[in-house]
Design a protein around this ligand. Structure first.
Ligand code: FPP
Ligand code: MG
Length: 325
């Protein structure tokens, strides 16, 4: 079993440099920006995206000396998107702490997201690599589209698995995919390596969000660092529920839909629904699917010769489906 502690210990040097660069990049003449940035960025983040970028660069023999600085682009974009997401979701908790919108209000949280988002692009401009910049702008455009699609499907109990997969690919997987592909791009590794890493990251990213949505039903709030059952409370119909609904008798399904679309659902109703999902085999089914994405991801790296860094990427890939938060 790969734990985050194991990943942290193995890549301690990378993590330290990434954190140093993150802190440096946060500096602003406005104290509030630094305060919200410190609160949102430093602490419990897993730093998966910067690490995927750093390892992808190493896999492609990157020769520059700004590896860790460039890696923060992916953490800044990720954190900016979470700041905005928590406003959209009206979330109280993030990374085991009160969310920024909870502490400073929606306006400040959105603006901090804008600051980090701009920061990421000013760092990217520093690379003077147009292909790198193009990949980033395509990525953030897709993320915004994914988020809008999710908004359109709020409370849609008839959402299909295909529509769900389209959303999670756009809102989550494309950023992990970009972190990997950009490692190849910035190293000048060529089209084949870029495409292999892009596909690898996309599969990893889909597995990541499948796990995120599964943990929302199967984990405890203590390990997860945010309340469980949160997706349904936000009107998000994710795969655990999509798989459970067809197993229910029509009248039962309709009454549940009516109850959860209204504001009448109690904590006990949520607990019952979570138990129903858990009792219907949906969790095991999704776990199998997430693992199969992980296996497909691993195959995408087959064009690269065996090496320690390739092993590290494969280990990070396995961690995504073994994580508990
Ligand atoms: C978390 O999902 C949210 C995302 C992965 C993406 C959010 C994207 C945007 C707000 C649009 C793009 C914005 C920028 C600045 C590029 P979740 O709500 O399922 O996860 P959670 O349970 O951790 O909140
Ligand atoms: Mg959210």
């Amino acid at each position: 079993m790969v734990s985050h502690r194991k990943i942290l210990n193995k890549h301690r040097e990378h993590f330290e440099k990434i954190n140093e660069e993150l802190t440096e990049g946060l500096s602003s003449r406005i104290a509030l920006i630094e305060d919200i940035g410190n609160h949102s960025l430093l602490g419990h983040g897993k730093r998966l995206r910067p690490l995927f970028f750093v390892l992808s660069c190493e896999l492609c023999n990157y020769r520059g000396n700004d590896l860790h600085k460039l890696s923060t682009i992916f953490e800044y974009i990720h954190t900016a998107s979470l700041l905005h997401d928590d406003v959209l979701d009206n979330a109280d908790m993030r990374r085991k702490k009160p969310s920024a919108n909870n502490v400073w209000g929606n306006h400040a949280a959105v603006l901090e997201g804008d600051f980090l988002y701009s920061k990421s692009f000013s760092l990217a401009v520093g690379s003077e690599n147009l292909q790198f910049l193009r990949r980033l702008t395509e990525t953030t455009t897709k993320m915004a589209e994914g988020q809008v699609l999710e908004l359109i499907h709020t409370h849609n109990w008839s959402i299909s698995k295909g529509e769900y997969l389209e959303i999670i690919t756009a809102k989550t997987a494309v950023l992990i995919s970009a972190a990997c592909a950009c490692g190849a791009i910035i190293s000048g590794a060529g089209e084949e390596a870029t495409q292999s890493l892009e596909r690898f990251g996309l599969k990893v990213g889909i597995a990541f969000q499948l796990m995120d949505d599964l943990l929302d039903y199967s984990a405890s709030q203590e390990t997860l660092g945010k309340p469980v059952g949160k997706d349904l409370k936000e009107g998000k119909i994710t795969l655990p529920l999509i798989y459970t609904l067809p197993t229910l008798e029509g009248a039962k399904r309709r009454s549940l839909e009516e109850l959860f679309k209204s504001s009448r659902a109690t904590d006990e109703d949520y607990r019952d629904l979570i138990a129903l999902v858990k009792g219907n085999g949906a969790i095991e089914r999704i776990l199998r699917e997430a693992r199969s994405y992980t296996e497909e991801a691993a195959k995408c790296l087959s064009p690269f010769p065996e090496s320690n860094v390739k092993e590290d990427l494969l280990e990070l890939n396995r961690y995504v489906v073994e994580r508990e938060y």
